[in-house]
Design a protein around this ligand. Structure first.
Ligand code: NAD
Ligand code: ZN
Length: 349
């Protein structure tokens, strides 16, 4: 397809971005062109928008941001077999090579030659996007298009929750950002019996509560470890899901975790973290999991079923649904931390 489209473009290496007209991308033989219905803003897009140190080292301008989306196929490359015009799709954002050791042994989410959509190639804050067939995902038609655009971060949340079973377990989630909020609904759906959530923001704690948290705690006001201990009969929680990237929260989580428990780390500290491994981890026999990306595609299948069945209702976590032209309002809310998921309506607005 030829012609032009609207896209949010990082035009220059500085803070900001603009909604401008650019060419509709051409597709390679193994790619599909998707007309985007909804796109949602991720923390990574905020980093690119603010032009932090990571973005300065990684992003080449001009660049189309965004990677979480849902849409419809409008064109397929010559070698594409699994998709046709009209298919309702989303996309995995980790574009794996399919040939390296990790790809060949079931860990394509940590492929050695990973390219990330909206980071290393043109993204989804646009009317059209070109995506390789191997990362395209056919959506369940029972899932509303706006919800379908948040499956990717929901996949991060799912793999953090499910590094081991939470059924019948007591759980503390540190950090109720957009991903932590989604993790609340998922942990409940998978049978967590008592769910604590900590965050510095009361706005976000209120959303966590609406997503199903039993007890919400602010480290600014509450002694997180003491409350967790008191409400678990002195035992501490079985599971900690770290979704803040805060060193303080990591120590707090480990302190609230019962010996023999499990901690999954998704949050990304921006500095190296110092741990007393002997006392915080080893003598307590804690199992620690690092989580990155999502299993391609087992995690998508589970996320899809949770949404299609309404076992997880993400409505409280989707705080903004805005027209594409109003993207700045959504970006400002993300920067200020006064949002959950911000979803932009692109087609049919
Ligand atoms: P976010 O930054 O919006 O949310 C983090 C939340 O943690 C905020 O609401 C903040 O108030 C809260 N917080 C800060 N200090 C805290 C403390 N001491 N105790 C409790 N809460 C505290 O981020 P998000 O988009 O929800 O993502 C969550 C984390 O996961 C981020 O660190 C992000 O970088 C990371 N992430 C990792 C991957 C991965 O593949 N590993 C993917 C996506 C996001
Ligand atoms: Zn690979």
């Amino acid at each position: 397809m030829t012609g032009t489209m609207l896209a949010i473009v990082k035009e220059r290496p500085e803070r900001g971005a603009s909604l401008v007209r650019v060419d509709i991308p051409a597709i390679a033989d193994d790619e599909v062109l998707v007309k985007i219905d909804y796109a949602s803003i991720c923390g990574t897009d905020v980093h690119i928008y603010l032009w932090n140190e990571w973005a300065q080292n990684r992003i080449k301008t001009p660049h189309i941001m965004g990677h979480e989306f849902s849409g419809h196929v409008v064109e397929t490359g010559r070698s594409v077999r699994g998709f046709k015009e009209g298919d309702f799709v989303s996309s995995e954002t980790h574009i794996y090579c399919g040939h390296c050791y990790q790809c060949l042994t079931g860990h394509s989410e940590v492929c050695q030659n990973l390219q990330i959509l909206g980071v290393d190639r043109a993204g989804a804050f646009a009317e059209y996007i070109a995506v390789p067939e191997r990362v395209l995902w056919k959506n369940d038609p029972l899932i509303p298009a706006a919800w379908a655009s948040i499956q990717e971060p929901m996949g991060n949340a799912l793999d953090t929750v499910n590094a081991e079973s939470v059924a019948g377990k007591t759980v503390l989630i540190t950090g109720a950002g957009p991903i932590g909020m989604l993790a609340v609904g998922i942990a409940k759906a998978f049978g967590a019996t008592q769910l604590f959530v900590s965050d510095l923001s009361q706005y976000r704690l209120d959303i966590a509560k609406r997503m199903g948290a039993d007890t919400v705690l602010s480290p600014l006001r509450d002694d997180v470890e003491a409350v967790v201990r008191e409400q678990t009969h002195g035992v501490g929680v079985d599971v900690v899901l770290e979704m803040s990237g805060s060193e303080k929260a990591i120590h707090q989580g480990l302190a609230a975790l019962t010996p023999g428990g499990r901690m999954s780390l998704l949050g990304l500290p921006d500095q190296p973290v110092t741990l007393d491994l002997t006392n915080e981890v080893i003598f307590k026999e804690i199992r620690v999991y690092g989580v990155t990306g999502r299993k391609i595609f087992p995690t998508w299948e589970t996320v899809s079923r949770l949404l299609a069945s309404r076992l997880v209702d993400p409505t409280p976590a989707i705080t903004h649904q805005l027209k594409f032209e109003d993207w700045q309002t959504g970006m400002d809310a993300m920067v200020a931390g006064t949002s959950g998921k911000v979803v932009l309506q692109i087609a049919g607005r």
